[in-house]
Design a protein around this ligand. Structure first.
Ligand code: G3P
Length: 218
């Protein structure tokens, strides 16, 4: 399973890119708004940091296919790595169909059922983003959705839509996503750090340091 980072914060993106652990970035209207910066400028800067798929979402206020297609073309024109993130609606599916026919990559977001994922794949989405954490939030086991989509997509050779596990909230989500065989997990910076840290690693480093300096000094 590959990792994307789920943030619009360029410092976090740079830090994760420097560690070599991510090969793409996903953003959404809430994440971009949190940074309080110009939308296109932020996306452009991100393309200079990571040489991989960068999802930029159409405006949260744009709900018609025509508007999404227009904005999608603008987002795609920012950089060849841009992927247009489109919400799962009937209008969104129409936009995905047109953008796909123009060779523009899309990421269908706000997927909460396997049926939605199948429709997005058939419309021509390059990626689907099922949201685990938000299902867990309403007492529905989010990871079951990921397993279902992985199993269903594997049944059909002509589906090459990739699955991005989104709304990932903790390291256990990551283990489950990886076990399911999903293609990608898009992970907040905080969770990437939680994956890396272990108290026994920290204790081991301290012990090596202590033993080494006792004999060799600094
Ligand atoms: O980018 C979409 C998704 O990852 C958002 O996650 O935590 O706001 O449900 P969350």
């Amino acid at each position: 399973m590959k990792f994307f980072i789920d943030t619009a914060n360029v410092d976090e993106i740079r830090e994760a890119a420097d560690m070599g652990i991510i090969c793409g970035v996903t953003t959404n209207p809430s994440l971009i708004a949190k940074e309080g910066r110009d939308y296109a400028e932020t996306l452009k800067e991100i393309t200079t940091i990571v040489d991989g798929p960068i999802s930029g979402e159409v405006k949260a206020t744009t709900t018609d296919a025509e508007g999404m297609i227009r904005e999608g073309r603008e987002i795609a024109a920012l950089h060849p790595n841009m992927v247009v993130k489109i919400p799962m609606t009937a209008e969104g599916l129409k936009a995905i169909k047109v953008l796909n026919s123009e060779g523009i990559k899309t990421n269908c977001t706000l997927i909460f059922t396997a049926n939605q994922a199948l429709l997005a794949a058939r419309a021509g989405a390059t990626y689907v983003s099922p949201f685990l954490g938000r299902l867990d939030d309403i007492s529905t086991t989010g990871i079951d959705l990921i397993y279902d989509i992985v199993e269903i997509f594997a049944n059909y050779e002509d589906i090459d839509t990739q699955i991005i596990c989104a709304s990932v909230r903790n390291p256990l989500h990551i283990i489950e996503c990886a076990k399911s065989g999903a293609d990608i997990a898009t992970v907040p910076f905080k969770v990437l750090m939680q994956m890396m840290n272990h108290p026994l690693t920290d204790a081991g480093i301290e012990k090596f340091k202590e033993d080494y300096t006792k004999v060799f000094g600094e």
